[in-house]
Design a protein around this ligand. Structure first.
Ligand code: BTN
Length: 306
């Protein structure tokens, strides 16, 4: 109902009478008034006049009703430990494919290899629960699809040179704008869920502890609508995984990567290697040529361009 009321405000612009809202939505004027009070409590600037209500300005809110086409599968929390924790619980309880858990900020945001992902207000932090009918070996392709879609979208929306760094970071002019973490559970050699968590530095100030991090606001010199970015990302990512031939994802991702043909250091949970990044295989593993000429495949880790 809140989403429908906001939609009417946006369509009609100006003052909308309680009567008009009540007859269009088929609920009493008292119920309308109660919903308006709730919306005001959520931060919407709605004023009551003698002739009706008026919504002033817009807020960059990420409440479920801001995504009307997918409202029932969106979960928003102003503050959580980590969206990965909530998404994991929902997935184990059987939530549907493409459930999305969004947080305003995270107290214990997680990065790859047990790093902390600093998650202050203004950034975009969300985890998508996916239930693809694929064996676990193919699952990393979904991470590559998500980073590819995000890089393409950032280029298209903001005309910036977004590139992907293996495995799934997004860099703009060498600064990290986004990172991705995924968690998978499988049964009998079939994925039961893959949770893909993305952190995007939008209007937040990335922590000084990550000197290579940057944000969309600092690149573009203005605040960006997180809601618009997330809404477009979810639409494009869903379309991509529903329609794209899985075999095409990594070749397409390679067109946008800064990692290949350069010297890199790759840290995994058990070792560190240095070499020339020569390829990414069909399942997303990075192929390194080491100093002694031998070839090493790394499936998962952190990559530093040197
Ligand atoms: C990395 O680059 O190390 C990965 C960062 C992933 C951060 C996102 S924010 C949303 C989701 N929840 C988390 O705790 N982590 C991921």
């Amino acid at each position: 109902m809140k989403g429908q009321i906001l939609k009417i405000f946006k369509r009609k612009k100006g003052i909308v009478s309680g009567e008009a809202l009540s007859s269009e939505l088929g609920i009493s004027r008292v119920s309308i008034w109660k919903h308006i009070r709730k919306l005001q409590g959520f931060g919407y600037n709605i004023i009551a006049t003698t002739t009706g209500y008026r919504l002033i300005g817009s807020i960059d809110a990420l409440f479920p009703w801001e995504f009307p086409d997918r409202e029932s599968k969106i979960h928003f929390f102003p503050k959580v430990t980590s969206t990965m924790d909530i998404a994991g619980e929902l997935a184990r309880k059987g939530c549907p494919h493409f459930t999305v858990v969004i947080a305003g900020c995270q107290k214990k945001g997680r990065g790859r290899l047990k790093r902390i992902w600093h998650s202050s207000e203004g950034g975009l932090y969300f985890t998508i629960v996916l239930r693809p009918q694929i064996p676990p070996v193919l699952s990393l392709r979904l991470n590559f699809a998500a980073s590819l879609v995000l890089a393409q979208l950032l280029r298209q929306m903001f005309c910036i040179n977004a590139m992907v760094k293996w495995p799934n970071d997004i860099l703009v002019n060498g600064g990290k704008i986004s990172g991705m973490l995924s968690e998978i559970e499988a049964e009998a050699d079939m994925v039961s869920f893959i949770n893909i968590g993305l952190g995007i530095n939008v209007n937040n100030n990335p922590t000084p502890k990550e000197p290579t991090a940057t944000s969309l606001r600092s690149i573009l010199g203005k605040k960006i609508s997180r809601k618009q970015l997330l809404s477009k990302f979810l639409d494009e990512f869903e379309t991509c995984i529903n329609n794209t031939v899985f075999d095409d994802i990594i070749p397409e991702w390679k067109k946008y990567t800064t990692t290949l043909n350069r010297r890199v250091k790759v840290v995994t949970s058990h070792d560190t290697s240095e070499g020339l990044a020569i390829d990414v295989d069909e399942n997303g593993a990075l192929i390194l040529k080491l100093a002694d000429g031998s070839i090493k495949k790394v499936v998962y880790g952190d990559c530093f361009h040197i």
